[in-house]
Ligand binder design. Structure first.
Ligand SMILES: *Cc1c(COP(=O)(O)O)cnc(C)c1O
Length: 460
């Protein structure tokens, strides 16, 4: 190809409505950050210019989804929108039975209560905060079985979401298959930096678990983004559509929990979907206790309609190509400024390696928390910590010290422009230039559960 011809990605939509943003001064940001105890979760959204805290529930809905909102059938029982959602879940993902929940953790709670007994072991391809907590609250213990490459931010292995079968085999030998109710498999592994699992790895895992009579439960929050990487990187999948790949991934698992606030392009919603009637029956019963009747699960009819339409839009090749294209654009720009990021670039955001960015700040002074605060101070860009604060404490009380100490720049879907991506990269580069002057933090308030959401810090 001619080296002057560059092939851009571009959005397969145009903008119909805009939301104005408040621009802040450095003095205002400093005040806001102190009031928030150096925790970006405690900032007011009003004081944020570009919000990369999360891609959860922050997507822009399409005009079709908004018209779906007007088609809400707000019946307590048997809403038309539930049956539409059920049909879409069956068609697109292939799971037989659907239990809607208010969001992903609602599904995790119910699933954990149905499948986990005290003393059970749940192997998974890297922990996720709410997933592991629900496993622990149900009496289980999480065991990490992701490939070693996933714990190395510099390693460019294309499928860092893969399971290391030897690790799983050791766990099965040690505890016995009876104590393993399921293997928990996330697509686009969030905590590893949005890294995909391959179909080949899933197939090997499937054969292994079938032999031992162990289920696979799929955390399908970002399944479409994972499908994109399979299409781009895995042999034999270049000509398959995202829709086909998504269906194949799901077909290799027995059930799923979904936070529809991510891939499925809605502001609230989730579900549990399973193939076993017995599991479904109990989940359908339990959902009444925690979420609401089984045909709404804590959602309004309109929410279920927006979700059904969002799922259809999420598996469009054009959509996913532009979505991941924008993330890669930002990542490449960061790399060009010398900012250390997790590679390969993941599907839903850029993960800056805070250990390498701030090598003089030890892990118990929270380098990623510190860096997130500094980026906000520089430009009003809000990111979040994914390191020692997020990892929390073990059931015994001591801190988890994860190898990855990252700041996540998560990109909401269909929300920001390419110029916003430039502002983000430039701001990070400015902080990088003055990195040697940056001091760490100490934690002055620590909540008991999921501390990263509400912890407070002071500058050392
Ligand atoms: C967000 C998320 C969840 C939890 O879903 P919520 O909708 O936030 O409750 C579970 N797993 C993964 C991988 C997620 O990203």
């Amino acid at each position: 190809m001619n080296k002057f011809i560059r092939k851009s990605w571009a959005e397969p939509y145009k903008i119909k409505m805009v939301e104005l943003l408040k621009m802040t001064t450095p003095v205002q940001r400093k005040k806001a950050l102190h009031e928030a105890g150096f925790n970006t979760f405690l900032l007011r959204s009003e004081d944020v210019y570009i919000d990369l805290l999360t891609d959860s529930g922050t997507s822009a809905m399409s005009d079709h989804q908004w018209s779906g909102i007007m088609m809400g059938d707000e019946a307590y029982a048997g809403s038309r929108n539930f049956y539409h959602l059920e049909e879409v879940v069956r068609n697109i993902y292939g799971y037989k039975y659907l239990v809607p929940t208010h969001q992903g953790r609602g599904a995790e709670n119910i699933l954990s209560k149905v499948l986990i007994k005290k003393g059970d072991i749940i192997p998974g391809n890297m922990y996720f905060t709410t997933t592991r907590l629900h496993q622990e609250l149900a009496g289980g213990k999480f065991e990490d079985i992701i490939v070693d490459e996933a714990h190395d931010p510099e390693n460019e292995f294309p499928f860092k979401g893969n399971v290391d079968l030897d690790k799983l085999e050791r766990i099965v030998k040690k505890y016995g298959a009876k104590r393993i109710p399921y293997v928990s498999i996330a697509t686009s592994v969030n905590m590893a930096g949005g890294q995909p699992i391959s179909i080949k790895n899933l197939k090997v895992l499937r054969a292994f678990t079938q032999k031992h009579g162990i289920r696979i439960i799929h955390d399908m929050t970002r399944v479409a983004e994972n499908a994109h990487f399979i299409q781009q990187r895995e042999k034999g999948y270049h000509d398959k559509s995202i829709r086909q790949i998504v269906k194949e991934i799901c077909s290799l698992t027995d059930g799923a929990t979904m936070s529809a606030k991510k891939d499925a392009l809605v502001n609230i919603g989730g579900f549990l979907a399973v193939n076993d009637w017995d599991v479904f029956e109990e989940a359908r019963n339990l959902v009444v206790v925690y979420e609401g009747l089984h045909t709404y699960g804590g959602l309004a009819g309109r929410d279920m309609e927006a979700m059904a339409i969002g799922i259809m839009e999420s598996i469009s090749d054009n959509h996913i190509h532009a979505r991941v294209g924008q993330v890669i654009y930002l990542g490449e720009k960061m790399i060009s400024y010398g900012v250390p990021i997790v590679k390969p670039i993941g599907g839903h955001g850029i993960f800056v390696n805070a250990k390498k960015f701030l090598p003089h700040v030890p892990q118990d002074q929270f380098p990623a928390q510190t860096l997130a605060a500094e980026v906000y101070l520089d430009s009003g860009v809000r990111t979040m910590e994914r390191g020692v604060v997020s990892a929390g404490r073990k059931p015994g009380g001591e801190n988890y010290y994860p190898r990855l100490e990252l700041v996540r720049f998560t990109i909401p879907r269909r929300v920001y422009t390419q110029a916003h991506m430039d502002v983000i990269a430039e701001s990070t580069a400015r902080v990088f230039e003055r990195r040697t002057h940056i001091k760490g933090l100490k934690m002055v308030y620590e909540p008991k559960y999921l501390r990263f959401f509400q912890a407070r810090f002071e500058k050392l």
